[in-house]
Design a protein around this ligand. Structure first.
Ligand code: NAD
Length: 402
């Protein structure tokens, strides 16, 4: 993952005429923080915070709790956050953190203990003007609430701007929950309008129908009732309906803990989960996991546009081959930036002591992400390069790496 992220940066950097030295300096994180958290039970856990680049503003990026967390992964994700915040053109940098732990094996008390001890370990580096973490895999608003509380106790800071993704009652922002999916729709719609693509009866296939995939689908069909959601998958199966699914019905089904494998109605076909990428759709939306499309399966993609809502769902090699086949891959650093944009809006609300309405948050998200998308699209057209290369070039220029 780190290698792939760095290769995309080096490729964009070379095309901008950046020297190896300058690129190597940029790739090296500014701070690599490591700590062993010792729980009251005696259990020891490795914890990391990597602060990659703050030339545009405080480090920004999530903290994940997962058994596979390691330094390479955290560094890759921190580096990509520097690119993502620069593509979105928000005044924040890039960072990421993690604890190597399986949260399913923890009690609620242990989760709280880890959250507070993470803050105690890294408190000198954290803070509203220094480094502002957010939730990520297996971390949530409750964990951010514990962390912000610990930070306030240790430093006396009362702004709550030291963490984002908090609960609404505790300084969180309206609209954060749906922001990544909504933002993904706004990016797709902007790219379509910019390319003057006929947006008649667009057929969508969505891999992963969790928070991001379902919010993307809601926003898309709300704004374009003529579009059709023809296929959708979860980890159990893909379901296909050529006449198009009713999104709200699917959301109710998932809320009731239904698995798509057990979905039964006459007009719906149930197929293997990985088959979604072969579905006959115009847009394949990848909102589940990294590496979903790689060199082994990219040839079966029928869609002409892929929207990367997960992090790294198309591998570097597959992205190049798809681009050669004229399949537009809308890169994650742009497509899923809605979450970090609304995190930035939460930080701004906390610093100014305001609480904005949902409309205000969504309007701001809309204008920031549409302007980022237009910039990426127009650079890609100007130089006949992929959207991914265009996004990385824009980021490196904004980060002043030259
Ligand atoms: P989620 O847990 O709410 O949903 C994930 C969905 O993917 C579930 O429906 C699950 O069944 C499905 N899934 C898992 N494995 C699958 C497989 N092999 N094939 C098909 N579906 C599969 O997660 P989410 O918050 O919607 O996040 C989705 C992705 O987007 C993750 O990779 C996450 O890291 C990334 N992401 C999320 C945000 C955010 O704000 N939530 C921001 C940026 C990136």
């Amino acid at each position: 993952m780190l290698k792939t992220a760095q290769e995309a940066i080096v490729e964009a950097g070379k095309s901008l005429g950046l020297t190896d030295d300058k690129l190597a300096r940029f790739l090296k994180p500014q701070h690599v923080l490591k700590h062993t958290i010792e729980l009251n039970s005696g259990k020891k856990l490795k914890a990391y915070r990597i602060e990659h680049n703050n030339s545009r503003g405080p480090y920004k990026g999530g903290i994940r709790f997962h058994p596979d967390v390691d330094l390479d992964e955290v560094q890759a994700l921190a580096t990509l956050m520097s690119i993502k915040t620069a593509v979105a053109n928000i005044p924040m940098g890039g960072g990421k953190g993690g604890v190597e732990v399986n949260p399913r094996e923890l009690s609620e008390l242990e989760l709280e203990e880890i959250s507070r001890k993470f803050v105690q370990a890294f408190v000198d580096n954290l803070g509203p003007q220094k480094d502002v973490p957010a939730p990520d895999v297996n971390t949530n608003a409750q964990i951010m609430d514990w962390m912000v509380d610990e930070y306030s106790k240790l430093t006396g800071d009362r702004t709550k701007a030291s963490f984002t993704g908090k609960s609404l009652e505790n300084g969180g922002s309206k609209g954060r929950e749906a922001a990544t999916g909504y933002g993904g729709y706004m990016v797709l719609d902007t790219i379509f309008s910019s390319s003057m693509k006929e947006s008649g009866q667009i057929k969508l296939a969505v891999q992963g129908f969790g928070n991001v995939g379902s919010n993307f689908a809601i926003k898309s069909l709300e704004n374009h009732p003529e579009w059709k959601l023809v296929a959708v998958s979860d980890s159990s199966a893909t379901i296909v309906n050529e006449s198009g699914f009713d999104v709200n019905e699917l959301i109710e089904y998932k809320k009731a803990k239904g698995r798509f494998k057990d979905y039964k109605t006459d007009d719906v076909k149930v197929i293997a989960t990985e088959k979604i990428i072969e579905e006959d759709a115009d847009v394949l939306v990848l909102a589940a996991l990294d590496g979903a499309v790689d060199e082994s399966n990219y040839e079966s993609v029928k869609a002409t546009t892929i929207l990367e809502l997960a992090n790294g769902p198309v591998t570097g090699e597959a992205e190049k081959k798809l681009t050669e086949k004229n399949i537009n891959v809308i890169p994650d650093v742009l497509a899923n930036s809605g979450g970090v944009i609304v995190s930035y809006l939460e930080w701004r609300q906390n610093l100014s002591g305001e609480q904005w309405s949902l409309d205000e948050v969504n309007n701001k998200l809309n204008s920031i992400i549409r302007s980022a998308s237009e910039g990426v699209f127009s650079l890609s057209k100007k130089h006949s390069i992929s959207l991914k290369q265009a996004a990385f070039r824009i980021a490196l220029e904004r980060l002043n790496v030259a």
